[in-house]
Design a protein around this ligand. Structure first.
Ligand code: ATP
Ligand code: MG
Length: 476
């Protein structure tokens, strides 16, 4: 492995790396930093926790030191927490430059952000929605002259998931110069390669870590097959076990909905586990505060939705538990990648019901490795089953009395209004769409039934007339 100076980085940057405990480049840094310094567009696909952030931060800082101006670099990322984390890396490594950065994310004051943008910071780290809002509504700043455009978690920014960034990206891409250096990074780039290539136009340099297995070697990947009703008892049992066996421990538990996140947090607190949550229905300041409390180990357990699945770098996390089996292998890769980072060891445990087995198979196929069964002590789990389920039910009742669903509905309406949509109109459209879908479904079922009927008729005919009777009209 080479060292940082052979990659073409300046001494002051190498010193900064050393101060952060970084002395040798990782593979993605070794391979991507030189072409970026040469001015090439770059797409880097490397495993979780392999140092992709420094692979773009270091060359950007070097180039910025040669020709400092603002706004020099724009970084886009899918989540607000990740934006803060990336900005921090820029700030720490860029300290000798007196780097000025600015974070533009939703849920924070827009006027303050507009004032900061107007001061022409060197680096802007943003989530697409809020930056697009600023571009639409203000002419006090410009990203027309940026040198670098970086998309971290690039595949997530381009896919049409529950948060769809494509419209906001269009606004941003039309505001940046055509002549720029574009850098795209993720642990899972390959599915969206073609779309990405159209963003990085100048014959991008593409680097992907060679290994077939898409998760890191240091990660021990386990599963527990359990009925839905026993899941929570397994969860409590697992946490108790980690608490008993480890002095310094931190766990992230991923679950599928904000409501479940809230219920599990309440439930684990009833068992006196130091638990805190992170999901998109929380106020932004609360989200940051909770994450900070988890990072500093004041709370040992973080229960989160997939808003925490990508990019977050918390070295103390030793265990990731998937309370639900992720529907997409990609999401699994990012979730379990919150542990076993930068060469450390970690464990992931996925709770699998009989209905999720096919999901595990597609995860295993994608990551090119098999999950092993976790040797849980079933008898211990059964001992606490009733107590856990009763506690959960109590928490559900408590949450219902806090109007969680109503708040969710209000939040949804607020979001729609912010997006310039009429919530009532949208509701009507949704209902109409549902009607059409149901009609289509009925029609499909009818066709299916008719085909089945004709198949039977055909077989009867075939049996009675022999193999020559191959031609029948299929009338629906
Ligand atoms: N060359 C290096 N040597 C040792 N540690 C490093 C090196 N480069 C980065 N790190 C550390 O590795 C950790 C993970 O880095 P980073 O967050 O950039 O990973 P990533 O590849 O972006 O992962 P993800 O796909 O989850 O976003 C960080 O704590 C970072 O400080
Ligand atoms: Mg990252």
């Amino acid at each position: 492995m080479s060292d940082f100076s052979s990659l073409g980085l300046s001494d002051w940057l190498i010193d900064q790396c050393k101060q952060m405990g970084i002395s040798k480049p990782t593979a993605v840094q070794e391979n991507c930093v030189p072409p970026i310094l040469q001015g090439r567009d770059c797409m880097g696909c490397a495993k979780t926790g392999s140092g992709k952030t420094a692979a773009f931060v270091l060359p950007v800082l070097q180039k910025l030191s040669e020709d400092p101006f603002g706004i020099f670099c724009l970084v886009l990322t899918p989540t607000r927490e990740l934006a803060y984390q990336i900005a921090e890396q820029f700030r720490v490594l860029g300290k000798p430059l007196g780097l000025r950065d600015c974070i533009i994310v939703g849920g924070m004051d827009m006027v303050t952000q507009a004032l900061e943008l107007a001061k022409q910071p060197h680096v802007v780290v943003a989530t697409p929605g809020r930056l697009a809002d600023h571009i639409r509504s203000s002419n006090t700043f410009s990203i027309k002259k940026i040198h670098f455009l970086i998309l971290d978690e690039a595949d997530r920014l381009l896919e049409q998931g529950c948060t769809d960034f494509t419209k906001d990206l269009e606004v941003i891409l039309s505001a940046v110069p055509a002549k720029r250096q574009t850098l795209l990074f993720s642990a899972t780039l390959t599915d969206t390669l073609q779309e990405l290539k159209s963003i990085a136009m100048n014959k991008p340099f593409f680097w992907e870590s060679k290994s077939e297995v898409r998760t890191v070697e240091e990660l021990d990947q386990r599963y527990i097959l359990t009925p839905e009703k026993v899941k929570d008892a397994y969860l409590v049992h697992l946490i108790q076990k980690f608490q008993d066996e480890h002095e310094d421990w931190s766990i992230i538990i991923f679950t599928n909905t904000c409501k479940n996140c809230q219920i599990l947090t309440m439930m684990l607190r009833e068992f006196n586990f130091p638990t805190i949550s992170l999901h998109s229905m929380m106020k932004q300041k609360q989200r940051f505060a909770n994450l900070a409390k988890f990072k500093s180990s004041v709370f040992k357990i973080l229960i989160a939705t997939d808003v925490a699945a990508r990019g977050l770098d918390i070295p103390t996390v030793q265990v990731v538990i998937n309370h639900n089996t992720p529907g997409l292998p990609k999401i699994y890769i990012h979730r379990v990648g919150r542990t076993a980072r930068a060469g450390r060891h970690g464990v992931s445990i996925t709770l699998v019901t009989q209905y999720d087995i096919h999901l595990v198979h597609s995860i295993e196929e994608q990551i090119q490795t098999k999950l092993k069964e976790y040797p849980a002590e079933e008898s211990e789990v059964l001992k606490i089953l009733t107590q856990v389920n009763v506690t959960r039910r109590e928490c559900e009742i408590k949450l219902e009395s806090t109007d969680f669903d109503e708040k969710k509905e209000i939040n949804k309406r607020k979001q729609m209004i912010l997006e310039g949509k009429d919530p009532d109109l949208e509701q009507k459209r949704k209902e109409e769409l549902e009607k059409i879908r149901n009609q289509k479904k009925k029609f499909k079922n009818k066709i299916h039934e008719a085909i089945q009927r004709n198949k039977v008729a055909f077989l009867v005919l075939l049996n009675s007339r022999g193999p020559r009777a191959l031609h029948i009209d299929v009338k629906l």
